[in-house]
Design a protein around this ligand. Structure first.
Ligand code: BEZ
Length: 177
């Protein structure tokens, strides 16, 4: 399935329709990652092929809900999530790689989560999951979502109606739905 057709499947306003994403291949794009002083281009295929991953989409680095509630809950449960069969925890962030790196260092010094910059919004737009949050000057950014991926194919996608909500993107969703 092409990126365009994934987006077509996801072009619905109501969260319940995100179930249509099941079975779609993830769009291919490059993420950015600061390694030393260098911005590396990381191919999405190299992140998701041959493994089972949890992907967290967040509206922005250093935002309060993400920083104090959403990501810490995954970091605290990282071992339990591995025991459930997830090989990799990924957070896709719509900010530049320097900001993403700094946020990751502060939030997750143990490196439980792989933080990737989607500052060009290539991934989130291809998924049809970008939004605009102008009230707090985030501009175009990402909806908050939880996705599980097996060998590059979407298993589950849950998207919050409001970017500050945590109704379906905490770890509890992985146990019940
Ligand atoms: C947050 O805290 O994650 C957040 C706050 C306002 C807008 C978007 C995100």
């Amino acid at each position: 399935m092409t990126a365009a057709s994934v987006s077509a499947r996801l072009g619905f306003a109501d969260a319940m329709f995100y179930d249509r994403a099941r079975g779609a291949a993830l769009p291919r794009c490059d993420f950015g990652e600061l390694v030393g002083d260098t911005i590396e281009h990381v191919r999405s295929e190299d992140i998701f092929t041959g493994m089972r991953a949890i992907v967290l989409g967040v509206p922005g680095a250093f935002t309060p809900v993400c920083t104090t509630r959403h990501l810490p809950e995954y970091i605290a449960n990282a071992d339990a999530l591995r025991a459930l069969g997830y090989d990799r925890l990924v957070c896709v962030v719509p900010n530049d790689p320097w900001t993403v790196h700094r946020w990751a260092e502060e939030l997750d010094p143990g490196g439980c989560i792989r933080f990737l910059s989607d500052g060009n919004l290539a991934f989130v737009r291809a998924l049809g999951l970008s939004t605009h949050v102008e009230a707090v000057f985030l501009g175009e950014c990402s909806k908050r979502y939880l996705m599980t991926v097996a060998d590059g194919v979407i298993e589950r996608l849950k998207v919050e109606r409001e970017v500050t909500d945590l109704s379906c993107t905490l770890t509890s969703t992985l146990l019940v739905d």
